[in-house]
Design a protein around this ligand. Structure first.
Ligand code: 5RP
Length: 264
């Protein structure tokens, strides 16, 4: 691996081989979604606890202090919205030249396997990887499921992750599911887990994150279950305990509860 690529990978994946990415890119198709109405305010207290921020260029320029040292993963796909015809019909919205101008550590793109736009999204991934590899910028592929969250099983997600890796993604983001080791084993590059919409209890989040890490995920790209929580700093610190300190779900829960009590 060339020095630039290796250096960028090391910025996002920590020396323990693990990572905690904080995605706040949701506005690119959801608009001012709950608790992300003012992205700068949401992320300020969370940034010190994140290994990297997943964000669009607009929010990066408007809401993140360039002096901040948190590595950036730039969301470079989009072009669709919640109210449009099909979320899967994404294109590339941002060039690798712009990514380099913004001095980012990596770029991220969604792929929509099984959708009407499967081919376009996969060819976009291929093009982005060509450009990224040329300039030493790693590509994270996001296996998107649109509104169909029921697609989250090991067979489907394993297929998506493997295709993303085959097309050259350096990291793949997918959803946690039962038998998560099947997803990881079939994917020759590191896999990180997203959370999807906020779940019912904090413990549920800690349990699936812990299970996915045990089954081979290298970390998380977890958004709504952190910043839509009543106590987002407590939540991210508890997730950090799982990712970087090999904590149990119960320990993470106790940490969350003690930080929540302090915040009262
Ligand atoms: C949105 C994304 C998000 O980065 C990803 O879904 C992670 O966030 P969450 O944990 O809220 O699902 O790719 O398209």
């Amino acid at each position: 691996m060339d020095w630039g690529m290796a250096n960028r990978m090391a910025q996002v994946i920590q020396s323990d081989g693990r990572c905690l990415f904080l995605p706040i890119d949701h506005g690119y198709f959801q608009g001012p979604t709950r608790r992300l109405e003012q992205p700068g305010k949401t992320i300020a207290p969370l940034l010190p606890h994140a290994d990297a921020l997943f964000v669009t260029r607009g929010v990066l320029r408007s809401s993140v202090d360039p002096v901040d040292a948190t590595p950036i993963i730039l969301r470079v796909s989009g072009g669709t919205s919640m109210v449009g015809k099909d979320l899967a019909n994404e294109g590339l919205t941002t060039s690798v030249e712009e990514a380099i101008r913004l001095n980012v550590a990596a770029v991220g793109i969604s792929i929509f396997v099984g959708s009407d736009y499967e081919r376009e999204s996969l060819l976009n991934l291929g093009k982005l990887v060509d450009e990224g590899e040329r300039f030493g910028v790693p590509v994270m592929a996001v296996t998107a499921v649109g509104r169909e969250m029921e697609k989250r099983d090991a067979r489907y997600l394993g297929l998506c992750c493997r295709i993303a890796a085959e097309l050259g993604a350096r990291v793949v983001k997918t959803y946690w599911c039962e038998d998560f080791e099947k997803v990881v084993e079939g994917c020759p590059v590191p896999v990180v887990m997203a959370g999807g919409p906020q779940v019912n209890s904090e413990l549920e989040v800690f349990e699936f994150v812990h299970d996915g890490l045990n089954r081979g995920a290298i970390g998380v790209n977890l958004g709504r279950n952190i910043w839509q929580n009543e106590y987002p700093v407590a939540m991210i610190r508890a997730i950090r305990h799982l990712v970087h300190e090999d904590g149990t779900a119960q320990e993470a829960h106790e940490l969350y509860q003690s930080l929540e009590a302090e915040a009262h």
